[in-house]
Design a protein around this ligand. Structure first.
Ligand code: AQP
Length: 326
């Protein structure tokens, strides 16, 4: 069975982009893969975090994994900082990476934009991500397309080490869905939907109340043409909404164009509200059951033990191949 690894940062409530780009794949893959899903809390501290809030977000994200259908009987679910191998391997890989390649990462450029100085962790974040993946001899990494550049760096680092030392790492493949791989912000469809964006109406969080979902969708930026037609370049707002509608309903984009011929954006948005509310309702219900149950901590501790056992073997092999330790 091929091994899958992926993670999400506990930087806020997960949104539709996180679900359609990543989590939906997590659930599908666990049927015929050995899956390891992590809450990457060490990535979250690359920007300042309130400790209490961070702890709470870790449990929120873990609960959301389970609420959308990640099954701890089939998949390992754990918190990154509970397995020390991530930090250990990250340092070793930092020594194999170059400042030039890290400064080309677009997410670093975006997050450090207009800042005089940026935290070093923000700069080396992609190396930690590579360590997360390589630690588990991962074959497949399900992510949204915003992570493509980081996956390529991970592959480069693995290949570089394999070519200069004994074969040490499995070189993983990114797995990107055709639809849903990049959901854009509702208020500005040129930016990706993001948990940490200031405007709460830029995103639909998986735990949003129906009234909030309605408000965000009805306010979503479109264009003045008023025709429901998919054209990402010239009509990014309505195209983004069509993309969301299509993935949630299973209807193709061309079927949507036919269905809404002669109708306005208002009609389209009203139907999208209904579809989104219905799609997210079961997640909210499940979340209430899981979030404060004792089972949650037990699942995460058990996951960390199982992940830790795999990680220890990789770290021993890496240390041996690098000549580290006794
Ligand atoms: N807009 C998106 N469309 C599709 N997929 C997305 N992902 C994130 N945004 C979108 C995918 O979700 C997974 C987890 O992402 P993350 O939380 O680890 O980091 P991120 O990409 O930085 O997500 P955010 O929401 O933008 O968080 P903040 O605001 O904290 O930086 C990844 O697989 C990602 O591709």
């Amino acid at each position: 069975m091929k091994r899958v690894f992926s993670g999400v940062q506990p930087t806020g409530n997960l949104h539709l982009g996180n679900y359609l780009g990543a989590l939906k794949q997590f659930v599908e893959l666990q049927e015929d893969h050995e899956c390891i899903y992590c809450i990457v809390d060490m990535h979250a501290i690359t920007v300042p975090q309130d400790p209490k809030e961070l702890k709470s977000h870790i449990l929120d994200v873990a609960s959301l994994y389970l609420s959308v259908g990640v099954d701890p009987k089939k998949s390992i679910v754990f918190v990154q900082s509970d397995v020390p191998g991530h930090a250990e391997l990250s340092w070793i890989l930092t020594c194999c990476s170059y400042t030039g390649e890290l400064s080309r990462m677009t997410q670093f450029k975006a997050k450090s934009h207009n800042k005089e100085s940026a935290p070093t962790g923000l700069f080396t974040y992609p190396v930690l991500m590579a360590a997360d993946i390589l630690l588990y001899d991962t074959d497949v990494v399900p992510v949204g397309t915003d992570q493509r550049q980081h996956i390529e760096l991970c592959r480069d680092l693995a290949t570089r080490v394999n070519n200069t030392r004994k074969k040490t790492f499995v070189v993983p493949e990114g797995r990107y869905l055709k639809e849903g791989a990049r959901i854009m912000a509702l208020d500005d469809p040129t930016q990706k939907m993001s948990k940490s964006a200031e405007n709460i109406h830029s995103r639909i969080s998986l735990l949003d109340e129906p009234s909030k979902i309605k408000k965000s969708i009805m306010k979503a930026t479109t264009d003045s043409e008023g025709i429901i037609r998919f054209d990402q370049e010239n009509k990014p707002g309505i195209s983004n909404l069509m993309n969301i509608y299509s993935v949630l309903s299973g209807k193709s984009l061309s079927d949507l164009e036919k269905e809404y011929e002669g109708k306005g954006y208002g009609d389209f948005k009203k139907d999208l509200v209904e579809i989104t509310v219905d799609a997210l309702a079961p997640f909210r219900e499940k979340f209430e059951e899981i979030r404060y149950s004792e089972d949650l901590i037990r699942i995460l501790k058990d996951g960390a033990e199982r992940a830790g056992a795999i990680a220890e073997k990789t770290i021993a092999r890496v240390k041996e191949n690098f000549g580290l330790g006794l």
